[in-house]
Design a protein around this ligand. Structure first.
Ligand code: SF4
Length: 339
């Protein structure tokens, strides 16, 4: 994982506001922590300098423009923001730039422009690949824009990331399953999954208060995210985040929806339970399953309040499990021996 220097440009560049969006809140906590919303070249430059002076692990360093739709900004402004990073790139203090944007703001010329200025990774806010869901979310673009943008990003040699939002108005499980399959066809390197939350100040909040929107329950959101994460991982696509980063602003302004401060850990925990159950089910009676996992996966494996272990015990499987941790096995991987 690179050391990421965040530069927040909340809601800048957006031609309009999506139904669910209150980007000021989504970016709020990180913004407070970092004390700056960068707009000018000098602000970007001082933000990078500050972060480089902090102790950080050696290796890849990336500057990330988060929180807005970078490529919807006027080209001169994009040029200015990216120019601020160039001295750090030339000096080797920063190795690349990443940014997020909307699918209808990326064409071939834009993708090449970004690559020439040191951008390595572009994350597309795809959210859904169902035309009706996109229309209800007032995204202002369609599925074709997502496909076209993804193709241009990959063709320019940039790493593609895709963000999805299960639970948008008008989406049912089948629509979400189709979205996941279509997202796999976009061939991203990685995916983020953010179940839809009702944020104060968004148009979705008005709809919710008028009784026009029912958010996913936490349990349903977990089930969808577990399914999607398994499906993406099976297709060789990294799922780098599930659930929004917890923050004081988010906890204050989240009116409804499947918010949990450790949503990603709950998803990981369910997946470990499924894997353990599957292996234990194939373990002959009277034999032990010796399972080795990375020590940093232990808490997710065990589950919050040891829920997974209690479930395995309730199924009569816990006694047959011999769980071992290791520092050498890769995170998310397991090794097992039956005997
Ligand atoms: S494109 Fe992103 S930042 Fe812009 S309004 Fe929509 S969700 Fe908000």
């Amino acid at each position: 994982m690179p050391y990421v220097i965040p530069v927040f440009i909340p809601h800048r560049g957006c031609p309009h506001r999506c139904l669910f969006c209150n980007q000021q809140v989504i970016a709020g906590a990180e913004q407070a922590e970092n004390q700056k919303v960068a707009g000018r070249e000098s602000e970007v430059s001082s933000q990078i300098t500050t972060w480089l002076e902090r102790p950080h692990r050696p290796g890849e360093v990336q500057v990330a423009f988060y929180g807005g739709s970078f490529t919807c900004l006027p080209r001169a402004e994009q040029e200015r923001l990216l120019a601020a990073v160039q001295p750090f790139l030339r000096a080797g203090a920063v190795n690349g730039i990443r940014l997020s944007t909307r699918p209808d703001c990326v064409d071939k010329a834009t993708a090449l422009f970004l690559r020439e200025r040191g951008v390595r990774v572009v994350e597309l806010g795809v959210q859904s690949l169902d035309e009706q869901v996109l229309a209800l979310a007032e995204r202002g673009h369609g599925v074709r824009d997502c496909e076209q943008a993804a193709g241009q990003i990959r063709a320019a040699g940039l790493e593609l990331g895709v963000q999805l939002m299960p639970g948008l108005p008008g989406e049912d499980s089948r629509s979400f399953f189709r979205t996941v399959e279509q997202a796999i066809a976009l061939a991203p390197a990685f995916v983020r999954i953010y179940p839809t939350l009702v944020i104060a100040g968004s148009a979705l909040a008005d709809l919710y208060e008028q009784g026009g929107y029912r958010p996913l329950s936490l349990n349903r959101a977990l089930a969808l995210a577990v399914w999607a994460k398994k499906r993406f991982s099976g297709a060789g696509i990294r799922v780098v985040r599930v659930g929004l980063q917890p923050s004081t602003a988010l906890e204050r302004d989240c009116l409804a929806g499947p918010y949990h401060p450790a949503f990603g850990e709950l998803v990981a925990s369910r997946i470990w339970l499924h894997r353990a159950r599957h292996l234990l089910a194939g373990c002959p009676a009277g034999q032990q399953l010796r399972l080795t996992i990375n020590e940093r996966d232990l808490s997710a494996f065990v589950g919050q309040k040891r829920l997974n272990m209690k479930r395995l015990a309730a199924l009569g499987l816990a006694d047959r499990l011999d769980l071992v941790t290791s520092q050498t096995i890769a995170r998310g991987m397991l090794e097992y021996v039956v005997g």
